[in-house]
Design a protein around this ligand. Sequence first.
Ligand SMILES: NC(=O)c1ccc[n+]([C@@H]2O[C@H](COP(=O)([O-])OP(=O)(O)OC[C@H]3O[C@@H](n4cnc5c(N)ncnc54)[C@H](OP(=O)(O)O)[C@@H]3O)[C@@H](O)[C@H]2O)c1
Length: 296
Amino acid sequence: MPPPDAPTILLIGATGQIGHALRGPLSALGAVVAPDRDALDLAAPGTIRDAVREAAPDVIVNAAAYTAVDRAEEEPERAAALNARAPGVLAEAAAEAGAWLVHYSTDYVFDGTARAPYVETDRPHPINTYGRTKLEGEQAVEAVGGRHLILRTSWVYSARRANFLRSMLRLADEHDTLTVVDDQTGTPTWAGWIAEATAAVLGHVLDNGGPGGRYHLAASGQTSWYGFATAIFAQFGREDVTVEPIPTEEYPTPAARPAYTVLDSGTARTTFGLDIPTWSEQLAALRHQMDAETVP
Ligand SMILES: NC(=O)c1ccc[n+]([C@@H]2O[C@H](COP(=O)([O-])OP(=O)(O)OC[C@H]3O[C@@H](n4cnc5c(N)ncnc54)[C@H](OP(=O)(O)O)[C@@H]3O)[C@@H](O)[C@H]2O)c1
């Protein structure tokens, strides 16, 4: 139970991968209010303003977004409403309420032409609609100029909702052999770790009055989707499945994917004293948590 003078935290997107994982860690920091989509619809700016006024929060954490990367190519207007415009409305409402806004963004703001991990000051240049709308959302938050944290993360997975890990485990039940792209490099990051790290960062800025700004917040290390798939099957005891590496050109998708989006999270590590485990340590931690939850 948070103390009586604990901050009120408005959590948006509490049913998503990161949002669901945030419920526990944020509850240790304050009183969490998590409206459903009827009460706060990112596509309806009036509901955003009303929900913020009603909650009168000290902190708003926005874990909601349009996250379907391929579908965004068919629905650019909806992706823009949720990813580009809603964050600006939220930032204005946060500023009016005197609240911190914590907002998530993505490695897909980069074009993937780098060959060393991206830092926060590297020039973004998205190559698909999802990345473009997410970048516009960052810019909208920054333009308002209120107290904010923009946390860019990458290749998010968890035991729930649609993500690469769950797709691989489902496909392993249906096929003996899978082909997986081996020429896109990035860093899988567990939603459970992102949530704990977010709470640590937020605790720091609440205690110290800052520093806000834009931070990379992804696991350490790097791999390809093929490398991640191989590690998932090893971690989940599915070595019976054969995984074969293929180039991106053999797996065409509606949205172009950047070839290299490793994020350097060193600034967050030093600024907030974060421990940043490797992606394979995070995968093992998820497996451990899943095992603990299924024990009767
Ligand atoms: N997934 C990734 O690989 C990845 C990578 C980098 C960055 N990110 C960023 O991390 C953040 C969280 O991603 P995630 O993967 O945890 O998301 P997710 O699992 O796809 O969940 C999205 C959340 O947004 C909510 N939502 C969707 N449309 C909404 C609307 N119109 N109004 C209010 N809420 C709405 C969903 O609610 P419902 O349950 O009602 O659908 C859900 O709670 C996003 O900012 C995303 O861009 C994700």
